[in-house]
Ligand binder design. Structure first.
Ligand SMILES: Cc1cc2nc3c(=O)[nH]c(=O)nc-3n(C[C@H](O)[C@H](O)[C@H](O)COP(=O)(O)OP(=O)(O)OC[C@H]3O[C@@H](n4cnc5c(N)ncnc54)[C@H](O)[C@@H]3O)c2cc1C
Length: 423
C-alpha cells in the first residue's frame, strides 16, 4: 500500500481523500488543525447570526467512518522533511510516499498591525463566531451607554473589501438591521447605525461581470449601505477607521474581507513559492522541484492551463476538481501510466447580495439576477454541504428564517476560560 498524507481537509483535501479512499491500494491520512470540515461560502451567515455553525461543519472522523484505509490526524503542519519523506505536525510525525498540501489560505492584513489586532477577519468558523458575538455584544452596550459618540461607534459597522464575502456580509447585515435590530433593541435611541462597504477598486464583485457589479451596487445602495469605491482602508485605531483619502469613520466593528495569502508550507524549496505565497505546481499539481509532493486548491499556483496563463482564481470548484483529478492520477502514477493534466471546467460564478437578490454569471457569458438567481444560489450552496442531516437542517433553517424574517440564533456564546494549570 502507498502511504498518502494530505494536509488540509477543505474542498481539495476531502475530495481527494473521499475519491482515493475507494482504492484499497492507498493508505491515507488526512491532517487538519480542526476536527471538522467546513463550508467557507456560508460563514457570513454564521457571522450574521442567520445559521448555526453546525449547519455547515462536519467532523472528519464521522466522514471517514467505514473507510478503513482513511485515517484522521488532528494537528497543524510544522515542517516537511523532504529527504526523509516525513511530515511533522505539532502532534507527531507521519511518514509518506506521497504528500499532498491543501491548506488553503489565511487572511492577509498587508502588514498593518492595527488592523490585524483589532479588525474581525472572515476566513473560518472561529472568525464568524467571534464577529457574531462582537456585533451582538456591541448592540447590548449601545443600549446602555449614555455617551452619544460611544453609541455611534457601537452601532456603525465598516466592511473592508467589496468582493463576494464583503457584499454578502453587507447584504445580510442590512437585512438584519431592517428586520431584527429595530425589534430586538427598541431602546436603541437612534435606531440602527450606518453600514459602510469600502473597496479600493472601482466596482464591487471585482471578478464578476459588469452587470453583476452594477446590480450589487444598486441593491446595496437601495438598502442603505454606504458603498465607497476607489478607496482603501488605511488604518484602524481607537475605534476609528481611516480611509486612503483621510476620511475617518467611528466604529467598534471593522470587518476585514480584503485579501488572503496562502498558508505557509515550511520545508519546501524556496524557489517553488511564488506571489501570494502560492506554491508553483506543474499541470499534474506536482510541486516544482520535488518528486512526490503535490499542492492543490487555493494554496497552489498553476499556469499550465491554457485558459488561465496567470493562474486560476482561488475558488471552491478549482479545489474540488484538482482534488478529484489527483485521486485519479495517483493510481496511474503508481502504475507508471500517463497522467492527465488539469483543465478547469468553469461552471460560472455567483453571489447572494441580499434576500431574494442574487447574481449569476454563466460560463458562456449569460447572466441572471433576482429571485430565480437567488433560488438557484440557495440550491447550489445546499448540494455540497457535507452530511444529509446538515443539508436538511440548513434547508429548514433557511425556509423558516426567510419566511419569518427572524432567525432565532442571536446568542452570545463565549466559553469561559478555564485555568489550564489549576493549583
Ligand atoms: C468567506 C469566504 C467565502 C467564500 N465564498 C466562495 C464562493 O461563494 N464560491 C467559491 O467558489 N469560493 C468561495 N470562497 C473560496 C473558497 O472557499 C476556496 O477557494 C476554497 O475553500 C479552497 O479550497 P482549499 O481546499 O484549497 O482550501 P480550504 O477550503 O481553505 O481548506 C484548507 C483546509 O486546511 C486546513 N489547514 C489550514 N492550515 C493548516 C495547517 N497549518 N495544518 C493543518 N491543516 C490546516 C484548514 O482547517 C482547512 O480545513 C470563499 C472563501 C471564504 C473565506
Amino acid at each position: 500500500m502507498k502511504k498518502i498524507v494530505i494536509v488540509g481537509g477543505g474542498f481539495a483535501g476531502i475530495n481527494l481523500a473521499n475519491t482515493l479512499g475507494k482504492n484499497k491500494d492507498f493508505d491515507i491520512t488526512l491532517v487538519d488543525h480542526n476536527n471538522y470540515n467546513f463550508f467557507p461560502p456560508l460563514i457570513y451567515q454564521v457571522a450574521t447570526a442567520f445559521i448555526e455553525p453546525s449547519n455547515i461543519c462536519y467532523p472528519f472522523r464521522k466522514m471517514f467512518q467505514g473507510k478503513p484505509n482513511v485515517e484522521f490526524h488532528l494537528g497543524s503542519l510544522v515542517m516537511i522533511h523532504q529527504q526523509a519523506n516525513i511530515v511533522e505536525t505539532d502532534k507527531g510525525s507521519l511518514p509518506y510516499d506521497y504528500l499532498v498540501l491543501a491548506m488553503g489560505t489565511e487572511t492577509n492584513f498587508f502588514g498593518n498591525k492595527n488592523i490585524e489586532e483589532k479588525a474581525y477577519p472572515m476566513k473560518n468558523i472561529n472568525d464568524a463566531a467571534a464577529l457574531r458575538n462582537h456585533i451582538l455584544t456591541s448592540l447590548e452596550k449601545a443600549t446602555i451607554t449614555e455617551d452619544p459618540e460611544e453609541e455611534k461607534k457601537l452601532r456603525n459597522i465598516v466592511i473592508a473589501g467589496g468582493g463576494a464575502t464583503g457584499v454578502e456580509v453587507a447584504g445580510m447585515l442590512s437585512d438584519m438591521a431592517h428586520n431584527i435590530i429595530s425589534k430586538d433593541y427598541p431602546n436603541l435611541k437612534k435606531g440602527v447605525g450606518r453600514l459602510y462597504l469600502i473597496d479600493g477598486s472601482n466596482a464591487l464583485l471585482g471578478p464578476m461581470s459588469q452587470k453583476a457589479q452594477q446590480e450589487a451596487l444598486k441593491v446595496l445602495t437601495e438598502r442603505g449601505v454606504d458603498v465607497i469605491l476607489n478607496t482603501l482602508v488605511k488604518d484602524y485605531n481607537d475605534d476609528i477607521v481611516t480611509l486612503g483619502n483621510d476620511q475617518t469613520i467611528p466604529t467598534a466593528t471593522l470587518v476585514w474581507a480584503s485579501g488572503v495569502i496562502a498558508r505557509q508550507a515550511p520545508g519546501l524549496p524556496e524557489s517553488s513559492i511564488t506571489k501570494g505565497r502560492r506554491i508553483m505546481v506543474d499541470e499534474y499539481n506536482k510541486v516544482a522541484g520535488t518528486d512526490n509532493i503535490f499542492a492543490l486548491g487555493d494554496q497552489c499556483f498553476q499556469t499550465s492551463d491554457a485558459d488561465y496563463p496567470n493562474g486560476h482564481p482561488q475558488l471552491a470548484q478549482i479545489a474540488i476538481q484538482q482534488g478529484i483529478l489527483l485521486a485519479e492520477n495517483l493510481p496511474r502514477l503508481v502504475k507508471q501510466k500517463t497522467l492527465n493534466p488539469f483543465k478547469y471546467n468553469n461552471k460560472g460564478s455567483m453571489a447572494a447580495i441580499a434576500k431574494f437578490k442574487s447574481v449569476i454569471d454563466f460560463p458562456k457569458g449569460g447572466f441572471m439576477k433576482g429571485f430565480m438567481a437567488w433560488l438557484t444560489w440557495l440550491l447550489i450552496h445546499l448540494v455540497p454541504i457535507a452530511g444529509s442531516r446538515n443539508k436538511f437542517k440548513l434547508a429548514t433553517n433557511w425556509i423558516v428564517s426567510f419566511i419569518t424574517n427572524d432567525p432565532t440564533l442571536r446568542l452570545i456564546l463565549e466559553p469561559e476560560k478555564k485555568d489550564s494549570n489549576p493549583s
